[in-house]
Ligand binder design. Structure first.
Ligand code: ADP
Length: 633
């Protein structure tokens, strides 16, 4: 019998398991039970699709048995079984592509809690066993196989004998040491507890011979005092009612949390649990979770959104994408409906009216639950928003703002006056009577935005400003256009809707007076700006940049850093000068005496405005030289 080596990555995972100091070693049992249940599901599903007779749902079960003397714990199922190839492919390598990819990404970080992060499945058996033996026979075959491994050294496969189809997993439990107690996994009472805790909802009976005690017959009467005898009885340990079919009142938060963590391979409790049942036009039970943080691959192309879909309790699809809109792609969970047929194909599902109805209902439900959270537990909502706010904002931007109604109440931005995240409704509520717009300003950080010259006038008026720090923010607001009739307006916009900033007769006169100066500056900045203007929005700063047209400076930055954008986008830059600033006086004086110097100053001021905006200056060396010249004059 040849000993085969595990594939490299499996070996590493296996090593981690064997040397695991993981405190939740007990999860190996739920992993093996879940594999057994999957194997039965596969066979049952096949029997339905292929009309196999002779397979009765009631005959399926998972058996647990213990031999204390031999220190073995055996899990048997009468599921689909495995042939030689399956054994090679399934148990010789890691099946879960997710955990593999994750391990690659985090190759340097050995300590990452991979066990908590994923269902590591079958290999977890090595956390508690010295040796693992698998005896299996595929349904419909007359050959049985034995796979055996004592750990990282490798495994062997040989032909063997087995009565019925299905799989026995035989664990030789490690001896207990002073520090570690492994005997507990041979204790039937403890095993019963573990099944209840982790696998109660499994839809096939998990049976075990349980030791019991009863009064001997004929004792316990006046003549004969009670005598007791031990006997054993096979008991079904799990209730088999899936948690989503149970009544909400029967369930404790930890029941939901355990279920979530086990099912979706998270070691953190979910932030929010939504358990709903509906009857009528669409009849279904849904159990949805909002994770406490984004899954490790959430921001990659590989992440697949979707909910598990069950038809009358039988899993028919693992990630049904049609059940979730993109902007709620972070939601995990499942839907069980009796309105769907068991052998419906993926293609048919896509056009299923019932499924669309369910998806609509779920979207509304998720939205209302999130809104409820925002109202009832702000802190928790902010945790949620920090994790998934970006997804909501992309949603507001996508499809030309079509999802505005669903999302606008869920959005939050940092407020200049409140110094924290606020909702659009809260902003609107605080707006001054004469205030026309919802103002925003963009930048890298809140601190940087707070010091932007463009915000001065607005602050002077006591207007609140939303500080946008994410790339998508301004795009989202532009797409939404307004919130309940109040338009969004950038602090850098030409028209702020403030009298004082608008062209008054006085500023018009001033501009007229300095027409030639402004023209000379504009010529000096040919190709860099489309205009040089006097500004009404500046208070203490000499200059700022603004943009004409639909593309702001922030949007220019974002669009040009997008991969594959190719063509460079350019905002129509406008250099604004503060006519009340001493620098403007200097310019005016120079204009009369030293026109060349005006050109130099124009460039200096333009570069300053770029720096304030956080935009790169074209020629830092020339800029620095010009300043040195000024200093040494
Ligand atoms: P996962 O279950 O996440 O795919 P595992 O490592 O737990 O990963 O199992 C690997 C594969 O081995 C399974 O996908 C399944 O094909 C097969 N397998 C494991 N246990 C059984 C079993 N009891 N009966 C049939 N096949 C099994």
């Amino acid at each position: 019998m040849a000993n085969k080596e595990f594939k490299a990555e499996s070996k590493r995972l296996l090593d981690m398991m064997i040397h695991s100091i993981y405190t939740h070693r007990e999860i190996f049992l739920r992993e093996l039970i879940s594999n057994a249940s999957d194997a039965i599901d596969k066979l049952y599903y096949r029997s339905l699709n292929e009309n196999i007779t002779g397979l009765n749902r009631d005959d399926f079960s998972i058996q647990i048995s213990v031999d204390k003397d031999a220190r073995t714990l055996t899990l048997s199922d009468n599921g689909i079984g495995m042939d030689e190839n399956d054994l090679e492919n399934n148990l010789g390598t890691i099946a879960q592509s997710g955990s593999l990819a994750f391990k690659k990404e985090n190759a340097a970080n050995e300590d990452i809690d991979i066990i908590g992060q994923f269902g590591v499945g079958f290999y977890s058996a090595f956390m508690v066993s010295d040796k693992v033996t698998v005896i299996t026979k595929p349904y419909g075959s007359d050959k049985a196989w034995k796979w055996e491994s004592a750990g990282a050294e490798g495994y062997s496969i040989e032909e063997t004998q087995k009565d019925g189809h299905g799989t026995d997993i035989i664990l030789t439990i490690k001896p207990s040491t002073e520090e570690e107690n492994y005997d507990e996994f041979l204790d039937s009472y403890r095993l019963q507890g573990l099944v209840k805790k982790y696998s109660d909802y499994i839809r096939y009976p998990i049976k075990m011979e349980v030791e019991k005690s009863r009064m001997k017959e004929g004792t316990g009467t006046e003549e004969k005092p009670a005598e007791y005898e031990q006997y054993t009885e096979v008991e079904t340990l799990n209730s088999m009612v899936p948690i989503w079919k149970k009544n909400r009142s029967e369930l404790k938060p930890e029941d939901y949390n355990n279920f979530y963590k086990e099912k979706f391979f998270d070691f953190q409790d979910p932030l929010l649990t939504i358990h709903s049942s509906t009857e009528g036009a669409a009849t279904y039970n849904a159990l949805l979770f909002i994770p406490g943080r984004p899954p490790f691959d959430f921001f990659t192309k590989e992440y697949q959104k979707g909910l598990q879909l069950y038809a009358s309790g039988v899993l028919i699809m693992d990630k049904c994408a049609d059940l979730l809109p993109d902007y709620f792609s972070f939601v995990r969970g499942l839907v069980d409906s009796q309105d769907l047929s068991l052998n419906i194909s993926r293609e048919m599902l896509q056009h299923d009216r019932q499924l669309k109805l369910i998806a609509d209902r779920l979207e509304k439900k998720i939205k209302s639950e999130l809104k409820g959270l925002l109202e009832k537990d702000r802190e928790k909502y902010e945790t949620f928003y920090k994790a998934f706010g970006l997804t909501l904002k992309y949603g507001a931007y996508s499809d030309y703002g079509a999802h505005k109604d669903v999302l606008q109440d869920l959005l939050m931005f940092y407020s200049s006056s409140e110094k924290k995240l606020v909702t659009l409704a809260e902003y609107k509520e605080r707006m001054k009577e004469e205030q026309k717009y919802i103002y925003y300003a963009c930048g890298e950080t809140v601190e940087k935005i707070d010091r932007l010259p463009q915000t001065e006038l607005l602050k002077d008026h006591g207007y609140e400003i939303l500080y946008l720090t994410d790339d998508v923010d301004e795009f989202a607001l532009k797409m939404m256009r307004d919130f309940e009739g109040k338009e969004f307006r950038s602090a850098a916009d030409k028209d702020l809707g403030i009298e004082e900033a608008a062209e008054t007769d006085e500023t018009k006169a001033k501009a007229e007076e300095s027409k030639e100066l402004l023209r000379m500056m504009k010529d000096a900045l040919e190709g860099k700006v489309t205009d040089v203007r006097l500004s009404g929005r500046l208070k203490s700063h000499p200059v700022c940049l603004s943009a004409d047209g639909g593309i702001s400076l922030e949007m220019e930055k974002v669009l040009n850093t997008m991969p594959g954008s190719g063509q460079q986008v350019k905002a129509q830059r406008v250099l604004e000068l503060n006519p009340s600033h001493p620098v403007f006086e200097t310019l005016k004086n120079l204009f009369a005496t030293d026109a060349e110097q005006v050109k130099t100053y124009a460039n200096l001021l333009y570069n300053q405005a770029l720096l304030i905006e956080g935009l790169p200056i074209e020629d830092p060396v020339a800029f620095s030289e010009a300043i040195c010249n000024l200093m040494t004059r």
